[in-house]
Unconditional design. Structure first.
Length: 216
């Protein structure tokens, strides 16, 4: 049966988080299509992955027999995360924009799973796995907007997930999520509502599309 790796990184819980709301919509449809399947879930806000250490990093370039006990323990934690990625038939990531980039907890996960010679390099071990990233943001950074060049989420994740890990990447972008909370953005609420509606619909449609493709 199909396995979904679902990662959330928003610091806000449940419906208070736009990215979590959209990843939840994707997951609901996915589980409807794969009721006997497996979901590997990581909530990086509730249970963060440790930031990369010298021991964890250097262990990836040392022979197993030459690793110190500290390196072996740190590398084993990395391997757990890597194996979850390699087992997945599809990957779902909630990646809200914080200060123009991704949450540090998501960066920590990426630093752990990116291993040259295994998940990265000439033949990445998860190459071709479909990945859906929900890249929510409080404003809009679309082409033509005043802050177009401030989006360091999509270009970074494309470089890492697509170009380095070799995943088949698709973005869903709920934007203007601060409009209902910020009086200065009140005139943008209809655009926010349309963006949210489209993101939820896109999530459900993409989940169904991937589920049908895997079942074929």
């Amino acid at each position: 049966m199909a396995t979904l790796l679902h990662i959330d990184s928003s610091v806000f819980p449940g419906e208070a988080s736009s990215s979590r709301s959209v990843t939840a919509a994707f997951r609901r449809t996915w589980e409807e299509q794969h009721p006997e399947g497996t979901v590997i879930y990581r909530d990086l806000a509730a249970d963060p992955v440790p930031h990369i250490t010298a021991a964890a990093w250097s262990a990836g370039y040392a022979a197993p027999t030459e690793r110190t006990p500290e390196q072996s323990a740190a590398f084993a934690a990395r391997v757990t995360l890597i194996e979850e990625l390699e087992r997945a038939d599809a990957v779902l990531i909630g990646a809200p924009m914080y200060n123009f980039s991704i949450p540090t907890t998501l960066k920590a996960w990426l630093d752990s799973v990116l291993l040259l010679g295994r998940t990265a390099g000439e033949a990445p071990s998860a190459q071709g796995t479909p990945a859906v990233v929900v890249a929510s943001r409080g404003g809009s950074y679309a082409p033509g907007t005043p802050r177009e060049g401030y989006d360091f989420v999509q270009n970074y994740l494309e470089a890492v997930l697509k170009n380095t890990l070799g995943l088949d990447l698709h973005f869903i972008v709920p934007e203007l999520t601060m409009a209902p909370r910020n009086p200065a953005m009140s005139e943008l609420v209809p655009l926010y509502e349309a963006s949210r509606k489209g993101a939820l619909e896109d999530a459900a449609a993409k989940a169904k599309e991937l589920a049908e493709a895997l079942a074929a």
